[in-house]
Design a protein around this ligand. Structure first.
Ligand code: F6P
Length: 518
């Protein structure tokens, strides 16, 4: 297991970049290689990917694949899949893939505890999915409020919206994440205690925002004359004791080896299960499992998560691209950029390797984005003509789920046109109207937005993040960077209630006084 920048392959890639990468022109690359599309595109489970409009050549990919071998990426992948404690700063295994493994399936090299864990996973999953069916069948329940933040919100909120076409009629799903009371206030408006179920989703059951919202929701429930807390408040957590202490007795558990941003497949997915039902949730898991199997077994040159992770490192460390723009060309995928942002930036936003040594190269880029075509009328200007080159990742869906004639063709034509315009550019004597072209994009295509394809797409994204993290030598599964802010907020909350600014820096003291001013 070697860090990418410490391998013998790294300088080879640097030399290759200087010789051919830096000045690569996509138009010339296509003209030189008539099979470029065929070579750089592939069908993985549920996801077709065209990576040909990226700033690399076959030779680049060969060198990157050699780099992956030198870094032992497949060995690291296998260590994750078999349950080794690869989250070394928390001494935990990383087994979100187990949550979508079919019952009884053993993989070569599984650690001895895996079969028992898989049985536990399926026992909880069955109970949780049966509960989801119960809620779906209960006409008295009209509103489900998920209270959670980060991975306990972004996954279910994104997926419920993405699979809106499959949502049970008569059930409204609400998501409250922010500690800002406006959000809770908006969600509760018009709700009635007796027809509302609250899902308190928190891996740790200590997250300040979620606890504050859960307490306030309970107070609201009591004020509204709600009777049966046990029936109306459900805990989704690894810390069942803490949920019980809050008076929540119906709980669905999960395990410390499921990272928050990888937890949509666990009990944290209950909101989604209620929305789409047991069978569809099963398809969602099956799609992810198909991608896991692809990642585990496909040869490197046809392994999509591996190829995408390698491209990510090529872009970040050689081309020096500092961000990636995500443009889903499907309105229902509107929260996908935010979901991917946590996935990539919380996983790989690190500046030390697993041993604690400073990284010598940059790690995670910034991820951001908005659905197309909206982004085109906002920030795509910069993608086409700005001073910085930023790779674009287009996610398109072939079939539409709505009856409006003509819209889908327009939408898909726009997705294609953006990628084409970025690549081809346009010469013009007037510099303001000139498009430089040779700007990179990837094009991911689903046949339809369904539970299975969404599951596969998310697992693909998880694994490509794993690949780049493995190359950088990062522990992609901790998130110590969120701790300091939490600690300071606790202290400042006390100080906001008192006059005490002693020991604070000048700016914080000044702002605090201002915030306290009547
Ligand atoms: O599910 P929990 O424990 O409430 O944590 C919520 C989120 O907070 C974080 O720990 C970051 O603060 C995320 O990793 C996590 O998804």
């Amino acid at each position: 297991m070697q860090r990418c920048d410490q391998t013998a392959e790294w300088p080879l890639l640097q030399a290759h970049f200087e010789a051919q990468g830096r000045a690569l022109d996509l138009r010339v690359a296509f003209a030189r290689d008539s099979q470029r599309f065929a070579y750089f595109s592939q069908q993985a489970p549920e996801v077709f990917a065209d990576l040909s409009k990226n700033l690399w050549t076959r030779e680049t990919e060969v060198l990157l694949q050699q780099l992956a071998r030198a870094c032992g990426v497949t060995g690291q992948r296998d260590a994750m899949l078999r349950g080794d404690p690869i989250n070394t700063t928390e001494q935990r295994a990383v087994l979100h893939t187990l949550l979508r493994r079919p019952v009884g399936l053993a993989l070569p090299g599984d650690r001895p505890e895996i079969s028992g864990l898989l049985a536990e996973v399926h026992a909880v999953q069955t109970a949780m999915l049966d509960f989801a069916e119960q809620v779906r069948a209960d006409d008295c329940i009209t509103d489900i409020v998920n209270i959670g933040i980060g991975g306990s919100d972004l996954g279910p909120a994104m997926a419920v919206r993405a699979l809106e076409a499959y949502r049970a009629p008569g059930k409204r799903l609400h998501f409250v994440s922010n500690v800002d009371g406006h959000e809770l206030q908006t969600a509760l408006q018009g709700l009635r205690a007796e027809s509302t179920v609250f899902l308190v989703a928190s891996k740790t059951f200590t997250t300040a925002e979620t606890m504050a919202n859960a307490h306030s929701a309970m107070a609201w429930f009591a004020q509204q004359g709600g009777q049966d807390v046990a029936r109306h408040f459900i805990g989704l957590t690894t810390n069942i004791e803490a949920a019980r202490a809050l008076g929540i007795h119906t709980c669905f558990g999960f395990w410390d080896w499921v990272g928050g941003r990888y937890s949509i497949w666990s009990a944290i997915g209950l909101a989604l299960a209620i929305a789409i039902g047991k069978a569809r949730f099963g398809e969602f898991l099956a799609g992810a499992h198909a991608m896991d199997e692809h990642f585990r077994t496909a040869p490197p040159q046809a392994n999509l998560p591996l190829r995408m992770g390698l491209l990510d490192v090529w872009y970040r460390n050689f081309h020096g691209f500092s961000s990636r723009c995500i443009a889903p060309y499907h309105a229902a995928l509107g929260r996908l950029p935010a979901y991917l942002q946590q996935l990539e930036m919380e996983s790989n936003g690190k500046r030390v390797d697993r041993s604690g040594a400073r990284l010598a190269v940059n790690s995670a880029p910034v991820l951001w984005g908005e659905p197309g075509t909206n982004g085109q009328h906002a920030f795509f200007q910069m993608l086409h003509q700005g001073t910085e080159v930023l790779p674009l990742e287009i996610l398109a869906v072939r079939q539409a789920d709505h009856p409006w004639p003509g819209h889908q063709e327009k939408l898909l034509a726009n997705a294609l046109a953006q990628a084409q315009a970025l690549m081809l550019g346009r010469a013009n004597a007037n510099r303001h109207r000139e498009f430089p072209g040779s700007r990179p994009s990837s094009f991911l295509l689903l046949d339809a937005l369904m539970p299975r394809s969404l599951g596969a797409l998310l697992a693909l994204q998880e694994h490509r993040v794993f690949v780049s993290g493995s190359l950088w030598g990062i522990n992609s599964f901790d998130q110590w960077g969120v701790e300091l802010g939490k600690l300071l907020a606790n202290d400042l909350e006390q100080r906001l209630r008192s006059e005490d600014v002693q020991g604070l820096d000048g700016s914080t003291a000044g702002l605090l006084k201002r915030l306290r001013a009547e």
